[in-house]
Design a binder for this molecule. Sequence first.
Ligand code: ASP
Length: 444
Amino acid sequence: MEVAHMLKITKFGGSSVANAEQFKKIKNIIQQDPTRRYIVVSAPGKRFSADNKITDLLYLLDAHRKYHVDASSVFKLIKNRFIEIKNELGLKQPIEKELDAFYTNLNQMSQAVIVSRGEYFCAKLMAEYLGYAFVDAKDIIRFKLDKSIDWDATSAKLQAKYAQYDHFVFPGFYGTSANGHIQVFPRGGGDITGAILAKCLHADVYENWTDVSGFLMADPTIVQNPKGITHITYSELRELSYMGASVLHEEAIFPVKEANIPIHILNTNRPQDAGTIIQEHSKIKSGYPITGIAGKKDFMSIYIYKKHMSNEVGFIRKALSILEKYHISIEHIPSGIDSFNIVVEKKEIEESLYEILAHFKEELKPDKLTVQDDLALISTVGKNMSDKPGTSGKLFGALGKNNINIVMIAQGSDEINITVGVKKKDFTKTVQVIYDTFVGGNEE
Ligand code: ASP
């Protein structure tokens, strides 16, 4: 694809548009790359950790209105944030008037209209500041009666705007229902809007600018200065996020995932950082045998042993159906010939544990039933592992050398992850040893 024809959807999250300073950074980012022509913005987020997100204030405004409590002070906070941005950037937009009219008409508005105004006003200011057209999401993003996205209508409307404008700014988070009312996505839904634009306009890349430089190979509170993940597949991402790494919302990425459009996570405050590219089918191979490590601490393992269990049909099913009755979801079931473990998250089972064990005793009549409640699980994830023999051997060897006792092992059938269970006290050390073994200079 020629660069000149490259199409990017460039989305900025709440902290990236939090104040005039951030707007300036965005202008720089846009000017660095002439292919950043279609911009999606969230509502202004927090400027510092104790600050308010505009969207939270709008929900609060709606609650005040609903319970007939004076909302003027909340409104003032919202208005001031926008006016401050406008004044500091010297913009001309008669936004005060529009904000005041919004407040005057508050009682005629639905919650969706109210909470969507954060992105609406932000996009209007951003459009003027960048000298781009403002395109209102209410005229473009369409929902069906079942509240799902009306892809045909949305796509057609987007194509038309794309043909009309070389550059535009688009508010995230909302669209119009089948009945013609404003409808919002779930919280954080600005990412969904960006993904919809990327899919409908067949973008080459969906840039998602935020306040971190993408994903790291390990938790920085455990590993000192972990390397960034430059490329990751959706399946790897799913494994890591399941084990606690915080990542994009599944719903936010499905439109681009389906279309195999890469998502590039970038940092508005450090635009020089490489960030992370997420793409399912990519030719680029990372140099490391693993992609990332993630883990969680509080698991419990129930060990069940019964002589000649292997000859008994339906034994494991009986155990699982007892857990099902208590709505407990199971993480892993490593099994031997006459025994198996059921690994669950501690918080899921804590309250009902003794009742469940009593059921196990009564219905399964095991010869041995024990509980280990200080288990941590650590997943080592990487698509490169699947075609590299010896990865698990190397991992187990390294843990052994460091005197870490492995209590449980599970490997997904697609071979992109190896999960080990260790005692909670060994959690930090395990993550560090795995990182050092595969990334920290010891790799082959
Ligand atoms: N402003 C909305 C929220 O705070 C949507 C978004 O930021 O993506 O949830």
